[in-house]
Design a protein. Structure first.
Length: 299
């Protein structure tokens, strides 16, 4: 059985994967593609890739109710993509990222309200450190902010929907292979995106102009890898998953440096260090016998 720390690494990597997406979204926008095309192609390609992989994993017969529950469980993931991309149309990326990271404390709030789970002192301290680091890492102090109530509402909506997605990922008890489960959930996200943003790009020849390339990259890093890793790790780490997912911002900054050749100020590196400290801190617990971990996992 994997140790708890190994599940934590999976969630950390899932957050890093999400951080890669913003770079390809920026590149797609630079090439002239619009929100509905970028978002729709991401979830369409993600669902297709997941079903291709799911064809080779073990499956169980699911009831209609179980199918519906998994489809609905994936819809907050689709809403996150829509809300976040919409926010970028009104506010700059620095403020949008800070707003998205509010999912950390919103997630703990959901667990408190729905599960009566009181956050630990370590988690509260870690959240404070991470949010402080996010202000520095996003470079909002150097670049300034473009203030818009509509943009802020879109950004906070993205944070809320992402918090719901993480909560659902940690609570689903349907005994199905993580890849098969992720395929169904991502299909639910794609269905919702297509209802809200009709997929005209599938029929107007846009994919042949380069959209398919961005759809594959954003789909892989935003709709394939994270759901699989979260479905494996979230049920084990529970509330720690909210904090570990904050790895998204450091990876976004790193990708902007390597791919977009954007300048990263010293304060941003300090902010990234703060975020990593906030992620590591709650995991620095004294070693306990494996039996204790088993009891925690069953609780």
């Amino acid at each position: 059985m994997m140790g708890l720390w190994k599940y934590s690494i999976l969630i950390f990597l899932g957050g890093c994967s999400y951080g890669v997406v913003s770079t390809f979204v920026k590149l797609a926008y630079q090439d002239g593609f619009i929100v509905s095309e970028v978002t729709g192609s991401q979830y369409f390609c993600g669902a297709v890739m997941l079903w291709m992989v799911a064809a080779f994993v073990s499956k169980i017969a699911l009831t209609a109710r179980q199918w519906m529950l998994l489809l609905i469980s994936g819809m907050p993931m689709g809403l996150t993509g829509i809300f976040y991309n919409q926010s970028l149309g009104y506010i700059n990326a620095s403020l949008a990222i800070i707003l998205l990271l509010q999912f950390i404390w919103i997630s703990l709030g959901l667990r408190y309200v729905l599960d009566k789970n009181i956050p630990s002192r370590k988690n509260v301290i870690a959240i404070g450190v991470i949010l402080s680091g996010s202000v520095l890492a996003s470079d909002v102090l150097n670049s300034g902010i473009s203030f818009s109530w509509i943009g802020i509402l879109w950004g906070l909506s993205a944070a809320l929907s992402f918090a719901v997605f993480i909560y659902v990922s940690g609570r689903s008890s349907i005994p199905v292979h993580p890849i098969y489960k992720s395929a169904i959930m991502t299909s639910g996200a794609a269905i919702l995106v297509f209802v809200l943003m009709p997929p005209a790009f599938l029929f107007n020849g846009v994919p042949e102009k380069g959209l398919i390339r961005y759809g594959i990259f954003t789909g892989l890093f935003g709709s394939v890898i994270p759901p699989i890793l979260f479905n494996i790790g979230m049920p084990k780490v529970r509330s720690l998953g909210n904090i570990l997912s904050a790895s998204e911002l450091p990876m976004a900054v790193l990708m902007s440096t390597l791919v977009l050749r954007e300048t990263v100020h010293f304060s941003q590196w300090v902010g990234i260090l703060f975020i990593l400290i906030g992620i590591i801190y709650p995991n620095l617990e004294k070693k306990r016998p494996s039996s204790v971990y088993l009891v925690q996992e069953k609780s």
